[in-house]
Design a protein around this ligand. Structure first.
Ligand code: NAD
Length: 293
């Protein structure tokens, strides 16, 4: 079993670190929020008082941070991990960030003689807790293969998408599709309810019909249809609207760079941005249904 440093213990990172502990790894954790550290140390993790203290001496460093600027802050600069580490861990960044930043940090790591992969995840908090995440990884294949035993403690589908940054590109394509599926599912359910249908009955019908999709299967946006879904818990995240807005921004920036046409992703981004601006950024992204009422 390996010595793993885990930095960023939020909605996703916390349960991922717990699964590494349960898989038998020695895990040292750091987060800016001390309550989150406490939850992990209660379950057997070692606490560190900085990212560097967590990472030094580890065989693997995993980060699960909100956005690119947090990843740059942790790794780059005079006081960043890459400049200060005295050991040579394999670095795995699981945050969802833009592919350019992922490439920039991996290239800075390489200059320091460190191997790094980008390894964003899909599946949400439920999959993070169950250890069934999908990892989409970018970097050299031999580095990906070395990371696999640790990733397998947190997920069940491990994909090598290509070179550095490719994991992030796969992730934003997936999340753009997810935003379209969620807004489409929400508007179909609300249309049915507005026309006298029961949302549970309509969900069952669409699940057995051609409208079947992930949102209907495991993340129904209509309150009361699915007990475990955020919609049945006042839309507590889950996956925050703020993070979906960030991911759609990344998708649209990538589309601009590649001159790709993304009309559905653009429409979803406008809906989510309007929802955020009304003060709903901290709610789960399935709360988009409330904007359609
Ligand atoms: P979160 O905001 O709940 O957690 C992020 C954590 O990082 C926080 O606890 C914060 O205190 C910590 N942090 C920030 N800067 C730090 C620093 N410099 N040092 C140490 N800790 C720091 O976010 P989340 O929902 O866990 O998402 C994390 C990443 O995973 C995001 O990039 C998100 O887009 C992605 N993601 C989220 C989900 C989901 O369902 N929530 C699903 C897939 C991917």
């Amino acid at each position: 079993m390996a010595k793993v440093a885990f930095i960023g213990l939020g909605n996703m990172g916390g349960p991922m670190a717990v699964n590494l502990l349960e898989a038998g790894h020695e895990v040292t954790v750091f987060d800016l929020v001390s309550d989150l550290m406490q939850q992990l140390t209660d379950q057997g993790a070692n606490a560190a008082d900085s990212a560097l203290a967590a990472a030094d001496g580890a065989e693997f460093v995993i980060t699960m941070l909100p956005a690119g600027r947090h990843v740059e802050m942790v790794y780059l600069g005079d006081s960043g991990l890459l400049a200060c580490l005295e050991s040579s861990p394999l670095i795995i960044d699981c945050s969802t960030i833009d592919a350019q930043t992922a490439k920039k940090v991996a290239s800075a790591a390489s200059e320091q003689g460190l191997d790094m992969i980008d390894a964003p995840v899909s599946g949400g908090v439920a999959a993070a807790k169950a250890g069934t995440l999908s990892f989409m990884c970018g970097g050299a294949e031999k580095v990906f293969n070395r990371a696999k035993p640790v990733l397998a403690g947190m997920g069940k589908n491990l994909f090598h998408a290509g070179s550095s940054g490719a994991g992030q590109t796969a992730k934003i394509c997936n999340n753009m599709l997810l935003s379209v599926l969620m807004t489409g599912t929400a508007e179909a359910l609300q249309l049915g309810v507005d026309n006298g249908l029961d949302p549970g009955v309509l969900s069952d019908i669409m699940l057995a019909s051609s409208g079947r999709n992930w949102a209907l299967e495991v993340y129904n946006p209509y309150p009361g249809v699915m007990d475990a879904a955020p919609s049945s818990h006042q839309y507590q995240p889950g996956f925050m609207v703020d993070l979906m807005v960030k991911d759609l921004g990344l998708a649209l920036s990538a589309a601009l760079e590649s001159s790709s046409s993304v009309p559905m992703g653009s429409a979803a981004r406008n809906l989510y941005m309007a929802h955020k601006k009304k003060g709903h950024g901290k709610l789960d992204f399935s709360s988009i249904l409330q904007a359609l009422k």
